[in-house]
Design a binder for this molecule. Structure first.
Ligand SMILES: Cc1cc2nc3c(=O)[nH]c(=O)nc-3n(C[C@H](O)[C@H](O)[C@H](O)COP(=O)(O)O)c2cc1C
Length: 176
């Protein structure tokens, strides 16, 4: 299978970014094809709600979203990883999701995993973030939520290396 991780943290090798790597390491060891997109390294501007895409399913914006959308459509498994910012997903993730407007109906039968990291130690710290990600999943035809990796209680870069989520991400990726 093709496993695609979308890492929304602005911090390279930040907590959620590391969890993506461990998920993909597991998947790769199980023989799957893996790819990772770091949104912070991409040029994606927000949806302007012009609805130009109603006509021809093409976005008027010419930026990196075109290639990302192609990867999202062709992946079998999509891992969405975001830090919790003010108890929501971060802006990078939300901008990418909104830009799926022209093509989200082509993202059929996807298996989705969510990775969330937050300083707050309780799993409930990610409730609103997961609710937002599940809202996106709800719009994708035949999509299935396959797991959540909670990196809650991780604040500084590197905290995740002492966190049980690291192994959980690896195992989830291995058994995808
Ligand atoms: C702008 C901003 C807002 C944040 N808001 C929250 C929050 O609401 N709750 C929380 O527990 N942690 C919050 N944090 C902490 C991050 O979620 C935490 O450091 C997380 O591990 C970052 O993940 P990353 O390393 O993958 O970027 C915030 C951090 C930033 C920079």
């Amino acid at each position: 299978m093709k496993i695609l991780a979308v890492s929304a943290s602005p911090r390279k090798e930040g907590n959620s970014d590391v969890l993506c790597d461990w998920f993909l390491k597991g998947s790769s060891e199980s023989g799957h094809e893996t790819a990772k997109i770091r949104l912070a390294e991409k040029n994606i501007s927000p949806c302007s709600a012009c609805y130009g895409c109603r006509e021809n399913h093409l976005c008027v914006k010419k930026d990196d979203m075109e290639e990302i959308q192609h990867q999202l459509i062709t992946a079998d498994v999509i891992v969405l990883a975001t830090p919790v910012y003010f108890y929501c997903m971060d802006a990078q993730m939300k901008i990418m999701i909104d830009r799926c407007l022209p093509h989200y109906r082509e993202m059929t039968q996807k298996r989705l995993y969510f990775i969330v990291t937050a300083a707050d130690p309780g799993h409930s710290a990610s409730d609103e973030t997961l609710s937002g990600l599940r809202g996106f999943l709800k719009c994708l035809p035949g999509a299935q939520e396959c797991g959540v990796i909670y990196g809650t209680g991780a604040w500084d870069k590197g905290d995740i290396y002492r966190h049980p989520a690291l192994d959980k991400a690896y195992q989830a990726g291995k058994n995808v």
